[in-house]
Write a protein of this length. Structure first.
Length: 225
């Protein structure tokens, strides 16, 4: 069961305006797809969806496929194109594979989906769970072989690219100086690059995000919110 602190307000529990019958299986699923799209930073060339437990058992009847694919295409929860999202993906030449996994959920929650996608030389995997009312938590993110494990709701600022620990610490201090309210840092730093997720206590302003992208142009900034 989701904890009360996983929701920002009563409106999150009631759920957002959405296309589809279920906030967990449609609105939440759209947001998991949105998270993949944001970290991938491009329209996917292919999309592989692994469902677990409740998602695996009921995804067709609840329209979860339409929601996941729509989110990966960049559609919002109330986008009227969601019912046609799989057809739109097919028309755009995006190969979609749906895989129903048996056994326990990878995300330790019945509404769990692991999404994998490629765009150019960028490979991204996002494991997300839908905990009700259109609210999701991200359990893991992979970017080009680097992985971070987490258990966080939104918003999350994801940063990846060629950097070292000193540069990353400088970046984090820079964000703090600009009043970005960071709750927790989760990072993997390797000789071939870095992957950093910053769980934020409140939304980051879009103009500040663009400033950081310009200042640290060697890094990729993905804002999942």
């Amino acid at each position: 069961m989701a904890r009360t602190q996983d929701f920002k307000s009563a409106f999150d529990i009631i759920g957002p305006k959405m296309i589809g019958p279920s906030s967990s299986h449609t609105a939440g699923a759209v947001k998991i797809g949105n998270a993949l799209r944001e970290v991938l930073q491009h329209e996917p060339e292919n999309l592989e969806v692994h469902y677990y437990e409740s998602f695996a058992a009921t995804h067709q009847g609840h329209g979860t496929d339409l929601a996941i694919v729509g989110g990966a295409l960049g559609f919002t929860t109330f986008d009227e194109r969601i019912p046609e999202s799989t057809k739109i993906a097919e028309k755009d030449g995006i190969k979609v594979d749906i895989i129903e996994e048996s056994g326990h959920s990878l995300g330790e929650h019945p509404n769990c989906a692991l999404l994998k996608a490629d765009a150019g030389d960028r490979h991204v995997e996002v494991n997300g769970i839908s905990i009700g009312g259109g609210t999701i938590k991200i359990k893991s993110i992979h970017v080009n072989g680097l992985c971070i494990l987490m258990n966080h709701g939104l918003p999350i600022l994801v940063i990846d690219g060629d950097s070292d620990i000193a540069s990353i610490n400088h970046l984090i201090n820079d964000l703090i100086d600009k009043d970005v309210d960071i709750n927790e840092e989760i990072k993997t730093i390797h000789k071939d690059g870095c992957l950093l997720a910053l769980h934020l206590n409140k939304d980051m302003k879009s103009d500040l995000l663009e400033q950081m992208r310009d200042k640290y142009s060697n890094l990729n900034f993905s804002y999942v919110h």
